[in-house]
Design a protein around this ligand. Structure first.
Ligand code: FDA
Length: 308
């Protein structure tokens, strides 16, 4: 892993930086490339405009490692209202949540019951909930809670990370649940004992897992998601999909707001399904630094904003 990436991932977990850096206008300006604003209305506005371009969306309320019950309830109310607003605006827009926003660190029952409420509300509106995958200390418990929720709900999918050695086994087991998955490379700093240290091995594992997912696709309604901006990898995956009966529509490309903006239009023109994840909320700093870590060249963009 590059030194720049390591420093940025360290910075993404630093509480002092998270408290102080978001006050600087040049940081806010630079972050706007990836986050349209702090309010849900900002995210919904962008979802509406992407919808007009034939692009589906996912909204996520930024924040992680919530440490008390009052805050968990506030996050829950935020998502419940967001689901109402998505329905009112008639958007093809899922939501994506992190379990540590719902008390996973201090009360797993509270986490389960709160997420259960949210998935219920989503079902009332015919909507869908994605569970993000956080760092490896949470993988077991996230998979467990997902399995329990899956017993009650069908409108639920989970993210799996190709950089973890265990993911092939997790996927083989979870495919039995008749679920859909979002495959990502993985965004956290993980030790070599549990995760591929080399990017080329992560990419290869992504391809293997993606091929497994494509072969398991059953419906055109709910398809697996390949969440990466890696166009070459996506083209390889598309070659596999072309041999499937549903071809392009047997999977969905998921990307982050502000990345591959030109390319996503081309994908839509080619008939490929694209869904953009839009984030909002005040707690954007750690999330934003992880985006810089994925492409340290983005740091120049921050520096350029310093002089604007
Ligand atoms: P890679 O990093 O190899 O990048 C491939 C190419 O994409 C780059 O060469 C560049 O052109 C472009 N690119 C990538 N990142 C960029 C950036 N920040 N700015 C500009 N260009 C960029 N992770 C996780 O651990 N848990 C999760 O729940 C999720 N959820 C999630 C949802 C969605 C919809 C997406 C797209 C991603 C995630 N991730 C995630 C993040 C994921 O693990 C990964 O860190 C990022 O997607 C970056 O890796 P790529 O797959 O894009 O490949």
């Amino acid at each position: 892993m590059s030194i720049a990436r390591n420093i940025l991932l360290w910075a993404s977990r630093n509480r002092w930086l998270a408290r102080h850096m978001p006050r600087f206008p040049f940081v806010i300006r630079a972050a706007r490339k990836f986050i349209p604003g702090e309010r849900v209305e900002d995210a919904l506005r962008e979802a509406g405009s992407l919808g007009e371009q034939g692009i589906s969306t996912i909204i996520t309320f930024l924040g992680e490692n919530v440490s008390d019950q009052v805050e968990v309830e506030a996050v829950a109310r935020n998502y419940l209202e967001t689901l109402n607003l998505i329905a009112r605006n008639d958007l093809d827009c899922h939501i994506s949540i992190k379990l540590t926003q719902f008390g996973l660190d201090f009360d797993r029952d509270l986490c389960f019951t709160t997420v259960d409420r949210i998935v219920n509300r989503a079902a009332d509106h015919g909507n869908f909930v994605w569970i993000d995958m956080e760092s490896s200390e949470y993988t077991d418990v996230t998979v467990d809670i997902f399995k329990r929720l899956k017993e009650k709900h069908s409108n639920l999918g989970i993210c799996l990370q190709a950089y973890l050695y265990r993911t092939g086994d997790d996927l083989a087991e979870l495919l039995e649940l008749d679920s859909v998955f979002r495959l990502v490379k993985g965004a956290y700093r993980e030790p070599g004992e549990i995760a591929y240290p080399k990017k080329k091995d992560v990419d290869e594992n992504f391809f293997t897992l993606a091929s497994m997912l494509l072969k398991s696709s059953r419906s055109e309604e709910l398809v697996h998601s390949m969440a990466t901006h890696d166009s070459a990898l996506l083209d390889r995956i598309d070659q596999v999909a072309r041999d499937m009966p549903q071809s392009h529509s047997s999977y969905e490309i998921q990307i982050l707001y502000g990345i591959k903006v030109e390319q996503r239009g081309k994908w839509v023109k080619e008939g490929r399904r694209v869904r953009v994840l839009i984030s909002y909320g005040e707690a954007w700093f750690p999330w934003y630094i992880r985006r810089l870590a994925e492409r340290p060249a983005n740091v120049w963009f921050v520096i350029r904003n310093l002089f604007k």
